[in-house]
Design a protein around this ligand. Structure first.
Ligand code: AMP
Ligand code: ZN
Length: 468
């Protein structure tokens, strides 16, 4: 399996640190608002990467944090007159709802920065002891120049950075030894959440959070560290400087970064009025469509979001879902017998599609080509499945479709069947609604049941029902 490593700027063969295992850390969102569709891209992309590793038989330890202490969270809390904690809790819960609707699996662990402060303080102490950090008036800074390899991920040269970037010197930080030094710990300001530390009350800088949480949950060395490309510099560069100086080891073997999502070919921004949350999109589309759209491009390419492209994704997804529905329908009436020789041969031929699917995914997770292989399989299923086929053959096709779409995180299985008791309860509720002349609710229930394949018949003896 080849993956593109931002560090070497090359596709490299994946070799796990430990046989059969993948340790993976993905920088998560700062939780002060509903997530936007740009935030959804790394979630969907790296969830798919995780699924492919699992498909290949790896055990994946997948850690993704929530940054729950940050200037933006504090600002929002002050605006609303509530605690920062209340804001972050609210938006973590909302984020998890969106993740579920996009079929992004929960991480093995979702650490919260505010629950890991002790470890961060310890790591900062180690950095001070080793001469990589210093304190000035309650602020602790990282001594960037001391880390020989600084710039190796973003391929930046320290001297260029220094001469070209005066803005690195933020007001109030004149006490820094060097403009390149960055903050590990900042002292408490009035009205801000703060924790005890050897340098007085305060809170950690953003970069140290990930270094610590990655170490705590995955160990000093990990296989993959990932996030959006805007995180390469300075966030990931600083994480490397911190972790490698503190632990004396290479931090991550492979650095994966997704390209940005633009809208109508422009940067998404609130001020341009082209800003969409995942929740906005869910009003118009099933979020599986958003997921399928995200996977229609290679994860490193910039991706343009537009109504037209979403419609194209919807049509593509519908083709897959219709094929799966058709297979299930045919299976309902198919003869239960062993496959005949012709069917055996036809089913064996589907290996071709599995091979092209895997070939695409092995090439730095080319989900666009992998989806093309799924469409080929759909075409094959549509042309070879009919009422004369054995149930076993149809099942074989459906199983394969479920397996490949499952790697992409697309669900083609039917929604769970209603139990008889649930149906009876809904019918009783409908009868009660009719009695109260609430015909809108009564119709709603009839339609809800119909969508799930339950047909109602009103008779003199009462309501009869059957499964379609
Ligand atoms: P943030 O909450 O800004 O730290 O972002 C969380 C994740 O979303 C990071 O991995 C970002 O790189 C990523 N991200 C933010 N905006 C976009 C965008 N427009 N396109 C793709 N990824 C993005
Ligand atoms: Zn991070």
């Amino acid at each position: 399996m080849k993956l593109y490593n931002t560090m070497s700027k090359k596709k490299e063969e994946f070799e796990p640190l430990e046989k059969g295992k993948v340790k993976m850390y993905v920088c998560g969102p700062t939780v002060y608002n509903l997530i936007h569709i740009g935030n959804a891209r790394p979630m969907i992309v790296f969830d798919t990467v995780r699924r492919y590793f699992e498909y290949k038989g790896y055990e994946v330890n997948f850690v993704s944090n929530f940054t729950d202490v940050d200037d933006k969270i504090i600002k929002k809390a002050n605006e609303e007159g509530v605690s920062a904690d209340e804001i972050s809790r609210r938006f973590i819960a909302e984020c998890k709802k969106d993740m579920e609707a996009m079929n992004v699996r929960a991480a093995t662990v979702h650490p919260l920065a505010t629950e890991e402060i002790g470890g961060m303080v310890e790591m900062i102490c180690t950095l001070i002891e080793k001469g990589y950090a210093y304190e000035k008036n309650g602020t602790v800074y990282y001594r960037t120049r001391k880390f020989q390899d600084y710039g190796k991920l973003s391929h930046k040269n320290l001297d260029d950075l220094r001469s070209g970037n005066r803005s690195l010197l933020v007001t109030g930080e004149e006490e820094k030894e060097d403009p390149l030094d960055f903050v590990l710990w900042k002292p408490k300001k009035e009205g801000e959440p703060a924790w005890e530390s050897p340098w007085g009350e305060g809170r950690p800088g953003w970069h140290i959070e990930c270094s610590e949480m990655s170490k705590k949950y995955l160990g000093e060395q990990i296989d993959i560290h990932a996030g959006g490309e805007d995180l390469i510099f300075p966030h990931h560069e600083n994480e490397i400087a911190q972790s490698e100086a503190a632990n004396g080891k290479e931090f991550a073997k492979y650095w994966l970064h997704n390209g940005f999502l633009n809208i109508d070919n422009r940067k998404m921004s609130k001020s341009l009025g082209n800003f969409f949350t995942v929740r906005d999109i869910s009003e118009k589309y099933d979020l599986q469509v958003l997921r399928f759209f995200m996977l229609s491009a290679h994860y490193r390419s910039p991706l343009n979001f537009s109504g037209e492209l979403m419609e194209a994704a919807k049509n593509g997804l519908d083709r897959i879902l219709t094929a799966a529905g058709n297979l299930r329908f045919l299976m309902g009436n198919a003869s239960v017998r062993d496959m005949d020789a012709g069917e055996e041969e036809m089913l064996a031929k589907t290996q071709e599609y599995v091979d092209s699917f895997e070939k695409a995914m092995e090439d730095d997770f080319n989900t666009a080509d992998a989806a093309a292989a799924v469409f080929e399989l759909v075409k094959y299923a549509n042309t070879t499945a009919d009422g004369g086929r054995s149930k076993a053959y149809l099942q074989g096709l459906l199983d394969l479709l479920v397996k490949l779409t499952g790697v992409l995180g697309i669900i083609v299985e039917e929604k769970e069947e209603l139990l008889d008791a649930d149906i009876e309860a809904l019918i009783a509720e409908r009868q009660a609604a009719r009695k109260e002349k609430n015909f809108a609710r009564a119709d709603e229930i009839r339609n809800e049941l119909l969508e799930k394949g339950i047909i109602l018949k009103d008779t003199r003896e009462g309501v009869q029902w059957k499964r379609a």
